[in-house]
Design a protein around this ligand. Structure first.
Ligand code: ZN
Length: 420
C-alpha cells in the first residue's frame, strides 16, 4: 500500500487547545506502558480549533516533539490534522503524519446513477445473504438496498479519495496514517452501511487505518454517553465484525480499526467497548479533545487564589455569552440552563465547590453536567484572556499537570485499555 504508516492497536487522540499539556498527556501513556499497555499518543487539533484560538498547525508538531524529547519517549507518536478537507488541509501538510479526512458533508448527497449501478455490478457479494463471522443473523440485502446505501455514501467516498490523493501527492515519499470520519452527520451508519462504505473505500485504494462512523446515541462534549447502551454495544460488536470481515474480503490494512470521536468521558460505554475489543482482538483509536482543557480549569480552581479567580471569571463570561458559545455545538451538547449557577453563586464558591461541580465524577452529588458542558465550549473565552490565561497555566503547572495526567490515565486509558 502506498503512503502507509503503521499505527498500533491502541491509540489515543489527545487535544490540547492551548498547547501547554503535552508532557502531562504523554505521562498518561508512560503510566499505561508501565502497566503493560502500549497506547500510541496522537496529538490532534482541527482546523476549526486553530481558527478559534488563532494557532497554526506547526504549534501542535512543536508541542508533540518537545514533550517526546523532554520525557524521552522512544515509541511512535503522531500529529493528527483533525477533520480536514481539501480546502483546509494544505497548511497541515508539513506538520502532520495523521490525516482525519472529514467527508460528513457529502454523506447523503446523491451520487451519479451510473456510478452507483457500476459499483453494485462490481460487488454482487453485497447483495443477498451476507454471513459475517461474529454476527448472529446474516445481513439480508436486496439490490435496491445496496443501491440506496451506495447512493448515499459514494460521493463521500469519492471525496475521500480526492483528498487522500491530494495529501499523498503533497507528502511525496513520506508515509502517513489515513482516517476517514463521517461522525458529524445526522444519522448513524448501521453495520451493513459500514460494510458498503469499506468496500467503496477499498475500491478507491485508500490505505485506511481508522474509520470514524457516527454511532447510535449522543456523544455530547465532555460528558457521559446518552442513549441505549445495549443497542450501542450490539452495533459496536457488529461494526468490529464487519471490519474484520472487510479487511479480508477487500484487502484493507490488517490494522484497520474504529475511531471513536468525542470519545472522552463516555464512561458508561467503556465497559462494552472493552469487552468487544477483547472479543475480536481488535484495536481502537479514542479521540478526545476538550477534556484536557477542562482539567486546566479544574487545576486552576484547585490552586485557589488567582487561579480560582480566573476560573470564576471565565465562567461568568461564558454565562454572559451562553447563546453564542453554544450555537456551533447545538448537536453535541445538552445544557439544562436552569441548572447553571448564576455568576454570583459561582463567585461565592471555594476551590472544593468549583472543582466538584466541574470534575467528571458521576458519583459526586455536586457534579453538574450543565456547568461542565458550558465550560467545555467556553475555551474561546480563555483564548481571549490571552497572556493572563497562559501565564496562569505556567504558574499553576504542577497542579494542572496532575489533573491532566490522572484524567487521561485513570478515567480513560485504564477502563478502555488496561483493566478488565
Ligand atoms: Zn469528529
Amino acid at each position: 500500500m502506498n503512503h502507509f504508516l503503521p499505527l498500533g492497536r491502541f491509540s489515543f487522540g489527545m487535544g490540547d487547545r492551548f498547547a501547554h499539556q503535552g508532557k502531562a498527556q504523554l505521562r498518561a501513556c508512560i503510566l499505561a506502558a508501565e502497566r503493560g499497555a502500549d497506547v500510541v499518543p496522537v496529538w490532534n487539533k482541527s482546523n476549526r480549533e486553530h481558527m478559534f484560538i488563532g494557532t497554526d498547525p506547526s504549534s501542535v508538531r512543536a508541542e508533540a516533539d518537545a514533550a517526546v524529547e523532554a520525557l524521552d519517549w522512544k515509541k511512535p507518536y503522531h500529529v493528527d490534522a483533525d477533520h480536514i478537507r481539501l480546502e483546509t488541509v494544505d497548511r497541515f501538510i508539513p506538520h502532520s503524519d495523521f490525516y482525519t479526512i472529514d467527508v460528513a458533508d457529502s454523506i447523503g448527497e446523491p451520487a451519479e446513477t451510473a456510478a452507483v449501478k457500476a459499483f453494485v455490478d462490481r460487488h454482487p457479494e453485497l447483495v443477498g445473504t451476507i454471513a459475517i463471522p461474529g454476527i448472529d443473523r446474516p445481513f439480508q440485502t436486496s439490490r435496491a438496498d445496496v443501491e440506496r446505501i451506495v447512493g448515499n455514501c459514494l460521493l463521500a467516498v469519492q471525496d475521500a479519495c480526492k483528498i487522500y490523493r491530494h495529501i499523498a501527492k503533497a507528502k511525496r515519499a513520506a508515509n502517513f496514517i489515513t482516517e476517514i470520519s463521517m461522525d458529524e452527520t445526522d444519522s448513524p451508519q448501521t453495520p451493513p452501511e459500514l460494510l458498503v462504505i469499506l468496500a467503496a473505500l477499498a475500491d478507491g485504494q485508500i490505505p485506511l487505518q481508522t474509520i470514524a462512523p457516527k454511532f447510535t446515541g449522543r456523544f455530547n462534549k465532555g460528558v457521559d454517553y446518552a442513549g441505549d447502551i445495549k443497542q450501542f454495544e450490539k452495533e459496536f460488536n457488529d461494526d468490529l465484525a464487519v471490519i474484520a470481515f472487510a479487511i479480508k474480503q477487500y484487502r484493507l490494512p490488517p490494522s484497520l480499526k474504529l475511531s471513536v470521536h468525542s470519545g472522552s468521558d463516555k464512561f458508561s460505554i467503556y465497559g462494552p467497548i472493552r469487552r468487544a475489543l477483547d472479543r475480536f482482538s481488535a484495536g481502537v483509536h479514542i479521540k478526545t479533545a476538550g477534556t484536557t482543557w477542562l482539567e486546566e480549569l479544574i487545576g486552576l480552581a484547585e490552586a485557589g487564589g488567582d487561579g480560582l479567580e480566573l476560573a470564576k471569571d471565565i465562567y461568568a463570561c461564558a454565562l454572559d455569552h451562553v447563546d453564542n458559545l453554544c450555537a456551533p455545538y447545538a448537536t453535541v451538547i445538552d445544557i439544562d440552563r436552569a441548572r447553571l449557577p448564576s455568576a454570583a453563586v459561582a463567585n461565592g464558591w471555594g476551590s472544593r465547590q468549583f472543582v466538584s461541580a466541574l470534575r467528571h465524577d458521576p458519583a459526586c452529588r455536586e457534579f453538574n453536567p450543565s456547568f461542565r458542558q458550558l465550560l467545555h465550549v467556553a475555551f474561546k473565552i480563555a483564548a481571549q484572556k490571552g497572556d493572563r490565561y497562559l501565564d496562569a497555566l505556567k504558574r499553576h503547572e504542577a497542579v494542572i499537570a496532575r489533573n491532566v495526567t490522572q484524567n487521561l490515565f485513570e478515567r480513560h486509558m485504564k477502563p478502555l485499555m488496561l483493566d478488565l
